[in-house]
Design a protein around this ligand. Structure first.
Ligand code: ATP
Ligand code: MG
Length: 656
C-alpha cells in the first residue's frame, strides 16, 4: 500500500442494542475498562470460567517472542471442560446437539450425558488403536455428530487433531496428513451432499497409500455404500467405538499442550498448518462465545452453519458452545436441499435463537429472493452473526431485516484461523452497530490500524490491520515451520522487521478507522487496487455495487491499465428476477461513481451467473484478475466448482 487506503464509502446508519438484551447482557461496557486497566488480569478472570486441575503460576510468558505461552504451569482437560463438568453439575439431560441430517427426517438428539459416553467410548477405542498424548489424528468426516465426538476424544487424550474439510481432494488430504505425520485417520464411508451420498473413504484410501505415517483408519458407517477394505489397517467405528467401555478418566494436560492443527483454506498460497494449544485457546473461544453471542444456556438454541473443517466450526461449533454448555443445532447438508428454504425451516423447527453464518450465504439468500425466508417463522431469533469475509452494508441490512425481523443485533465478527477466536466484533448488549463494520476490538484485544511505519492511523485513515499484544488463543506457530511463522506474521512491522522492540502481528487484511474510531475490514492487503495513485479497497467498491437494488453479489479486481496503473473491473450477480438489460452496466458504473466517487468507477462490468469461490465460500479474486487481464488461469484446485471459471471466461469473450 503506497500511502493509506482511500477512505471512500461512508455509512451512517447505526443500530443500538434492544433494551432488554442490553439490560441482561452477559458482558457490559465495563469489560472494556477492566481489560484496558489490566489486560492479563482480565484474561486470567476469563480463564477461571474453565475447570483447571492445576492453576497457572503466570498468565503470559512473552520472553521469547513471537512464541507465546499462556497460563504457565496450568493443567486442564479440554474435553472435560466441554462435556463432563456439565454432567457433573447436573445438566446431563440437557440437549447438547440437535443433529439434522440432510435427508429429511434423519435426525439425532444428543444430551450432554450421551455426549460424555460417546466421547469416552471414542477415547477408549482410540487408545486401543495406539493413540496417546502428543500423537496426531486426522479427521476427514461429514457434518455428523461423530465429527464432534472424534475431536473431543482426541482432546480428552491430549492428542492433536487435524480436521480436513470433507470436500478436499486426495492431494489436499494427503498433504495435510503427511505434514502432520498423522497416525490415525478418522473418516466415514461418505456423507450426504445435495440429496446424494458422496463417498469419502476412497479419497482416504488413496491418501493413506501415499502417507506411511498412517497406521489405522477408523471408519464411520454413514451412507451404507460399499467401501474397499484394507485388513489390519481399517476398522469400523460401530465395531470398536460403539462397543468400547463408556467410562474413561480424563487426565489433565499442560495449558500449552497442542490441541489442534488446522490448515488455512489456501485462498492465497500453500496451506499453513496453524497450531493451537489448550488453555489459552479454550479461554478465549469460551469467553468470546459467551460475550459475543450472549449465550443464555437455559433458553438459547444456537446454530452455526459453518463446516467443522474450518476454524469457525472448531471454535464456534465445538469448543466455544460446548465449553459453555450450550444447546445447538448441527446440520449436515447444503442450504438448497431439498429446497431453498431449508435453513429457515431448520430455524423454525428448532426455534433457533442465535444464528452464525457467512456473508457468502447471506448474499446467496439475497439472490434467491426475500420471499423464501418470509415463508417461515423466524421470530425465535434474537441475535445473528456473520464471519468469513467483509459483509457489505446492504447484505448486513438485508440480513437484519429479512432474517432478524428488523429487531435482532447483527454481530459482524472479524477473526482468522490464526487468531483462534473472535477478535473484533460488536458486543451485542453494548455496541450500536454500523452495517458493514466489525466495530471495535473485544476487551483484552489490542487490534490497531497502522501505516507503513506501524504508526496508528488517525480517525478517518486506512492501512494495515495489526495486533499489538499477544492474545490467549493466538496461533503458537506454523506446524513444523517456525521460520515461516515468523516470516508470515511477524516480519512486516516492529521488532521482527528490525524496528524497535515491539512485536507486532500482521494480519494481512486492510482496514480503516472511521471518524468515530470504528473499524472497517477492507479485505486482504493483496486485493487492494491502485487506481491513478489511490489505494482503493475491493470491498468498498463491491459494497457500493451491492447497494444497487438489482445486484445480489459483486466481486471487484484491479486489472492492469496503461493509463491508471490499475482499472476497476467488476463481476456482478443480479438479484432473483432481475433482467440484465444493456443499460445496466452503465447504470451500475454511474451508481458506483455516485456512491463513492468517480475514481472508483469500474472500467468494465460483467454480469455473471456465479463467482469463483473457495470451498469455504470466499471469493477468489486472483482468478478473476486472470480473466480481467486475459491471462490463462492460475491454480484452481481450491475452487469449489471449477466449471464456474469457464462460464465467466466465455461470457468475457462474448462481451456479456
Ligand atoms: P488463507 O489464509 O489460506 O488465504 P483465509 O484467510 O481465507 O485463507 P481464514 O483464516 O478462514 O482463511 O479466514 C480469515 C480471513 O477471512 C481474514 O483474514 C479476513 O480476510 C476474512 N474475514 C473473516 N471474518 C471477517 C469479517 N468479519 N470481516 C472481514 N473479513 C473477514
Ligand atoms: Mg488468511
Amino acid at each position: 500500500m503506497a500511502d493509506t487506503l482511500a477512505n471512500l464509502l461512508s455509512e451512517t446508519r447505526q443500530f443500538p442494542p434492544p433494551d432488554e438484551l442490553a439490560a441482561n447482557a452477559n458482558v457490559k461496557a465495563e469489560a472494556y475498562d477492566r481489560a484496558t486497566e489490566d489486560r492479563l488480569g482480565f484474561w486470567a478472570e476469563q480463564a477461571k470460567r474453565l475447570h483447571w486441575n492445576q492453576e497457572w503460576s503466570e498468565v503470559l510468558d512473552w520472553s521469547n517472542p513471537p512464541f507465546a505461552k499462556w497460563f504457565i504451569g496450568g493443567q486442564l482437560n479440554v474435553a472435560y471442560n466441554c462435556v463432563d463438568r456439565h454432567v457433573e453439575a447436573g445438566r446431563g439431560s440437557k440437549v447438547a446437539i440437535y443433529w439434522e441430517g440432510e435427508p429429511a427426517g434423519d435426525t439425532r438428539e444428543i444430551t450432554y450425558a450421551d455426549l460424555q459416553q460417546l466421547v469416552n467410548q471414542a477415547a477408549n477405542a482410540l487408545t486401543d488403536l495406539g493413540v496417546s498424548a502428543g500423537d496426531r489424528v486426522a479427521i476427514y468426516l461429514p457434518m455428523i455428530p461423530e465429527a464432534v465426538v472424534a475431536m473431543l476424544a482426541c482432546a480428552r487424550l491430549g492428542a492433536t487433531h487435524s480436521v480436513v474439510f470433507g470436500g478436499f481432494s486426495v492431494e489436499a488430504l494427503s498433504g495435510r496428513i503427511d505434514d502432520a505425520n498423522a497416525k490415525v485417520v478418522i473418516t466415514a464411508d461418505g456423507g450426504y451432499r445435495r440429496g446424494k451420498p458422496s463417498a469419502l473413504k476412497p479419497t482416504v484410501d488413496e491418501a493413506a497409500e501415499r502417507c506411511p505415517s498412517v497406521e489405522k483408519v477408523l471408519v464411520v458407517r454413514r451412507t451404507g455404500e460399499d467401501v474397499a477394505w484394507t485388513e489390519g489397517r481399517d476398522v469400523w467405528w460401530h465395531e470398536t467405538v460403539e462397543r468400547a467401555d463408556t467410562a474413561h478418566t480424563a487426565q489433565p494436560f499442560d495449558a500449552e499442550n497442542p490441541l489442534f492443527i488446522l490448515y488455512t483454506s489456501g485462498t492465497t498460497a500453500k496451506p499453513k498448518g496453524i497450531l493451537h494449544t489448550s488453555g489459552g485457546y479454550l479461554t478465549q473461544a469460551s469467553w468470546t462465545y459467551n460475550a459475543v453471542f450472549d449465550l443464555k444456556p437455559d433458553t438459547d438454541v444456537y446454530w452455526c452453519t459453518a463446516d467443522i473443517g474450518w476454524v469457525t466450526g472448531h471454535s464456534y461449533i465445538v469448543y466455544g458452545p460446548l465449553s459453555n454448555g450450550a444447546t445447538q443445532v448441527i446440520y449436515e447438508g447444503t442450504p438448497d436441499t431439498p429446497h431453498r428454504g431449508r435453513f429457515w425451516e431448520i430455524v423454525d423447527k428448532y426455534k433457533v435463537t442465535l444464528l452464525y453464518t457467512a456473508p457468502t450465504a447471506i448474499r446467496t439468500f439475497m439472490k434467491w429472493g426475500d420471499d423464501i425466508p418470509a415463508k417461515f417463522d423466524l421470530s425465535s431469533l434474537r441475535l445473528i452473526g456473520s464471519v468469513g469475509e467483509p459483509i457489505n452494508p446492504e447484505a448486513w441490512i438485508w440480513y437484519r431485516k429479512n432474517i432478524g425481523g428488523d429487531r435482532t443485533p447483527v454481530v459482524d465478527t472479524w477473526w482468522q484461523t490464526e487468531t483462534g477466536a473472535i477478535m473484533i466484533s460488536p458486543l451485542p448488549g453494548v455496541t450500536s452497530a454500523k452495517p458493514g463494520s466489525a466495530m471495535t476490538p473485544l476487551p483484552g484485544i489490542s487490534a490497531d490500524v497502522v501505516d507503513d511505519e506501524a504508526k496508528s492511523v488517525p480517525a478517518g485513515g486506512g492501512g494495515f490491520l495489526v495486533i499489538r499484544e499477544p492474545w490467549p488463543s493466538m496461533l503458537r506457530t506454523i506446524w513444523g515451520d517456525d521460520q515461516r511463522f515468523i516470516d508470515t506474521y511477524w516480519s512486516r512491522f516492529g521488532a521482527g522487521a528490525g524496528n524497535g522492540d515491539e512485536w507486532i502481528y500482521f494480519a494481512g487484511d486492510g482496514a480503516k478507522r472511521d471518524d468515530d474510531g470504528h473499524l472497517w475490514l477492507l479485505g486482504r492487503v493483496d486485493d487492494v487496487m491502485l487506481v491513478s495513485g489511490h489505494n482503493i479497497s475491493t470491498t468498498e467498491v463491491e459494497s457500493a455495487l451491492v447497494s444497487h437494488p438489482k445486484v445480489a453479489e459483486a466481486a471487484v479486481v484491479g486489472a492492469t491499465d496503461p493509463t491508471t496503473t490499475q482499472a476497476v473491473v467488476a463481476f456482478v450477480i443480479l438479484r432473483g428476477g432481475v433482467d440484465d438489460g444493456d443499460e445496466l452496466a452503465q447504470e451500475l458504473r454511474n451508481h458506483v461513481a455516485k456512491t463513492i466517487g468517480p475514481i472508483a468507477k469500474p472500467r468494465q462490468i460483467m454480469v455473471v451467473p456465479e463467482l469463483p469461490k473457495t470451498r469455504s465460500g470466499k471469493i477468489m479474486r486472483r482468478l478473476l484478475r486472470d480473466v480481467a487481464e486475459n491471462r490463462s488461469l492460475g491454480d484452481v484446485t481450491t475452487l469449489q466448482d471449477s466449471s464456474v471459471m469457464d462460464l465467466i471466461s466465455d461470457g468475457m469473450k462474448t462481451g456479456k
